[in-house]
Design a protein around this ligand. Structure first.
Ligand SMILES: Nc1nc2c(c(=O)[nH]1)N=C([C@H](O)[C@H](O)COP(=O)(O)OP(=O)(O)OP(=O)(O)O)CN2
Ligand SMILES: [Zn+2]
Length: 147
């Protein structure tokens, strides 16, 4: 908990998370590797037919809990940001073909997390975004904190 330098009042810091699922297909294939290297590195995920995931994304923001509103930020506003940054561009899309960012960047879940972070910081208030956590499958989870 931090203290307001003017009033001396406690300013607790909170973390709030909204979860959003989206469905998309992709193929792991790097432009920087030969076809043979791509097959070796990515295995079945390099299959030209591609494959799909039901991704689950957790978007966490961190900030002071406003004394007047009792909120770090309004979750309804966070929901709108998620709609614009995740659902509109990514849901029911072929990541590699429909999202220009992934025409040259391999669509690993790490890079999907970087994509979401990079766009989310442009629509959120400054310094609020804390973490993007993506469940690619029940077993595979990626975390990105803008580092
Ligand atoms: N570092 C990364 N490694 C892999 C990624 C990734 O994004 N980052 N992605 C894949 C594939 O896209 C693939 O979809 C993984 O699926 P799969 O191996 O089928 O998933 P599970 O491990 O959960 O499945 P089980 O077979 O049930 O264990 C691969 N690597
Ligand atoms: Zn995959």
């Amino acid at each position: 908990m931090s203290v307001c330098p003017e009033s001396g009042a406690a300013e607790p810091v909170g973390y709030i998370t909204r979860v959003q699922s989206f469905s998309a297909c992709h193929r792991l294939h790097s432009l920087h590797l030969s076809d043979e290297e791509n097959r070796r590195v990515y295995g079945k995920c390099n299959n030209p037919n591609g494959h799909g995931h039901n991704y689950k994304v957790e978007v966490t923001v961190r900030g002071k809990i406003d004394r007047l509103t009792g909120m770090v930020m309004n979750l309804t506003d966070l929901k709108r940001c998620i709609e614009d940054v995740i659902m509109t561009p990514l849901d029911h899309k072929n990541l590699d073909q429909d999202v220009p960012y992934f025409s040259r960047v391999v669509s690993t879940t790490e890079n999907v997390a970087v994509y979401i972070w990079t766009h989310m910081v442009t629509v959120l208030p400054p310094d609020l975004l804390h973490e993007i956590r993506i469940h690619e499958t029940d077993k595979n989870i990626v975390v990105y904190r803008g580092e």
